[in-house]
Design a protein. Sequence first.
Lengths: 379, 277
Amino acid sequence: MSSVQNIQGNHACALAAVAAGCRFYAGYPITPSSEIAERMSVELPAVNGIFVQMEDEIASMGAIIGASMGGAKTMTATSGPGFSLKQENLGYAAATEVPCVIINVMRGGPSTGMPTRPAQGDVMQARWGTHGDHPIIVLTPWSVQEIYQQTLRAFDLSEALRVPVVVLIDEVIGHLVESVDLAKMNTGNPVERKWADSSQEDFQPYAHTEDLVPPMPRPGDGYRTHTTGLTHAENGFPTQDPEVANRVISRLLQKLEHHNDLVECVNQSDCKDAEIVIVAYGITARAAQSAKQQLQGEGVKVGIFRPITLWPFPQQTFSEAIANARLVLVPEMNAGQLIVEIERYRNDSTRIIGLNRYDGEPISPQQIFNKVKEVLQDA
Amino acid sequence: MLDQAKTPFEIRDYIRQQLFPHFMCPGCGHGIALRALLWAIHDLGIAKDDLAIVSGIGCSGRIGAYIDANTFHTTHGRPLAFATGLKLARPDLHVIVITGDGDCLAIGGNHLIHACRRNLDITCLMLNNEIYGMTGGQVSPTTSSDRYTTTTPEGNYEPVFDACKLAQGAGAGFVGREMTLQTPSLKKLIQQGIAHPGFSFLEVISDCTEIYGRKNDLGESAEMVLSQKADFRSASYGMIADEVFQPRNVKTGVLYKDDRPEYAQAYRQKIASRAKK
């Protein structure tokens, strides 16, 4: 039997989670992500996992962190309003370095917005939604196949680096049905968390290890450590000593940069000689891909820079990619969010232009085509 | 059960002395609650390695750190949500939540009622000192009528939450209340609560001498605790002399107990029956 199936993006996400070793899911119903919870409630018990529908989004986030502190690989899924509610505990996971995966199937906002309509309005919230400086990884798949791959990768990154990982899925991809060969994409070799196995005496749960990712103590293994969202020293206990605080927060913030080879994931095509580079993610990148073919057919030198890992933004690779570009076009289904980050890394000779839409409709290839033509005429 | 239960309880065996001096104010009842909890753990023979303490934010949330166990100091009002995940993922651990009247009944109220409803095998110790102490003495859902706080300058005019009635109504399998004044009774209640296979909600009547007591001229710690005697009485005296124990007439001891199915057990049974189909 062929392993190719016609599958919805949200269902592919659930299957990838189980394949990655996720054995605990806590969630709260919210459009347009609910299929993920529904599928997890079927899949998890079959592999001795736990599915629990909690009383609210806050509790769902708390429960997955609690289960992860106990040793399980965990996930929750939500959309805009729920993502807002999860931010407090998400910050706790970042500060205490507890691995967990958060799926946000984005819908129109602000507030309750347009629950069944696509938008990319949570790009900045995914990076800066919780208070204080913190590390976080955000991934943006553009197809059902990539939802599967990036959800697998979300678990691997989260476990390897002890950091919460957010997967931002566009509503239209979450609900898209595509033919995917899941077995082919499952590496079957998920990353396992680095558990503490050294001496229990004087064990430092937040030691400044060479790789900046300290091994995690598992409850029951005899370490009896303290975990707190208060700023904590290497020994896990709260500190207000400026020198210690600076040291431990610095390690936390440097962790991802130190492992940039693992974290960064960019898909770029024809950027090298392009005079126009389109920077796009998710479904918008697919529209850009289509527009690119049309433009190239007319002799326009155009490339696409697609940051699959959106945060941390791949600044170095991006700067190199636009080295020869006169123009950078940033189509987004929001009023202009990633463009703000991109403007930080522009070179003096490059013009940055946005193409924005927040009416609940995706950006069409034609819109991108027209915008490029219009800009070229102006230039 | 470990052999430790056969030896006399020694609090030093269960606390992280390296964190001393502790943060508690003189006269605070939380230390007595902590002692009663550790004493119960000792007598139940629970190994420290298998003990998980999950706490929220506030004075109550801070005492967990002093326990030499797996301790998790979580976010404000959410310890029951964290504990639910931890207990479901790790049924082998004894999960005990330490929370306060603000943490548990105000910001965490929704989590409390649903934790009671699920009846997962967690023990929830709510230290009720009638005040937000850590933030300087603001009114809480259990602040008594007419008491002064930094946010009720004319005296408290809001009705008081009866946490035990709430927990029972929401479905907790075991509900009890005790004063720090009666430490052996408190220890016994906690012991029964932990031993109960289901969600146990235990309200501990603590006292905040430094902030609440001072603001309301309630005297020193001993005076405050002794005055609680006028308000509380054992549930077992219920039949004898109702009128004597005015004005508040609040019952202590085991207030409710049933043997309704524990959540994780019910979950596993459902899954097993699904597998058979």
